[in-house]
Design a protein around this ligand. Structure first.
Ligand SMILES: C[S@@+](CC[C@H](N)C(=O)[O-])C[C@H]1O[C@@H](n2cnc3c(N)ncnc32)[C@H](O)[C@@H]1O
Length: 283
């Protein structure tokens, strides 16, 4: 998998791994709970990072989660990867490096949104009440449908999610408000909002005097990326009681690409996530 970012890819992974270890430390004292790791966009297990003159492979999150033994390991690992070739590579990696985990690992080559609904149904089943889930939702773009996340309401999930505020939402919001139907449909599905609500959030109208009299013009909000981040956070808060501060990922030119949030129904989870994210914000 090609890394199109830079050091933020590594930072994102380290933030998540730190959180996973803190989470498992707490769960170590609660052996009753069965802990599932759910990876919605798993990749092949490895990430290709391009350097100045050569490419290197770093361990992706899937591989990092598989290798955790202490404070305790996961009881089940569920990987969703739509690309069959990447899913095959991930399976091969597990066979080679983690053969003892094959019987607790599932890899499915389906769409994330479908599998999230299946996860919600699994957790709601009376036989599965002892499961708690740590989820990592790491898409390249706007693949996560708002309706799918709604299925997670009131479930025992701590979810880290990468929100494409800059490279997704902001790019679809045209300056003059004239958004094509295809882009608008994408925004509606991603944000779970109608056209009117999207306009209200990201555009303002101004009346200006022209040579031909008064004219009303539509203008995009200057800080559309921050608005998208705040909006998504408040939407997450409609599903989860607690949402962390974001880790903001910028490209080498300093433009914001993603906001990375943790959402949970547990206040301790939010505190731990904020403690992990805050020092990163200073870099
Ligand atoms: C950013 S990469 C994931 C990187 C991975 N988390 C890691 O740390 O190595 C996103 C992955 O999602 C997969 N993907 C894209 N759309 C998907 C969908 N709708 N459902 C499931 N996987 C999808 C892509 O093939 C790609 O491998």
């Amino acid at each position: 998998m090609k890394d199109f970012g830079g050091k933020w890819t590594t930072q994102k992974i380290e933030i998540f791994v730190k959180y996973a270890k803190a989470y498992l430390q707490i769960m170590k004292n609660h052996p009753y709970w069965k802990i599932m790791y759910f990876d919605g966009f798993a990749g092949s297990g490895e990430i290709e990072k391009s350097g100045n003159s050569y490419n290197t492979l770093i361990e992706g999150v899937a591989q990092r989660m598989l290798s955790i033994e202490h404070p305790r390991s996961f009881d089940m690992l569920y990987f969703v990867e739509k690309d069959t070739d990447k899913a095959k590579r991930l399976k091969h990696l597990i066979e080679e490096q983690f053969p003892d985990k094959l019987n607790i690992t599932h890899i499915v080559t389906e769409d994330f949104n479908k599998k999230l609904h299946d996860l919600a149904n699994f957790l709601q089943h009376p036989n599965n009440k002892k499961y708690k889930v740590l989820a990592f939702i790491d898409p390249y773009g706007m693949q996560v449908k708002w309706d799918s996340l709604l299925a997670l309401k009131n479930l025992s999930i701590d979810m880290w999610i990468l929100v494409p505020t800059g490279i997704g939402v902001n790019r679809l919001l045209k300056r003059n408000g004239k958004i094509s139907k295809a882009f608008l449909d994408k925004l509606k599905i991603f944000l779970g909002l109608d056209e009117h609500e999207i306009n209200d959030c990201f555009y303002k109208t101004e009346t200006v005097n022209t040579l031909f009299g008064k004219e009303t013009i539509t203008k995009k909000e200057e800080n559309a990326i921050s608005k998208a981040a705040e909006l998504y956070k408040s939407r997450l808060n409609e599903i989860f009681k607690y949402v962390s501060e974001p880790f903001i990922m910028k490209n080498t030119k300093g433009s914001t690409m993603f906001h990375f949030y943790m959402a949970s129904n547990n206040s301790t989870a939010q505190k731990i996530a904020n403690d992990i994210v805050k020092p990163q914000l200073k870099h």
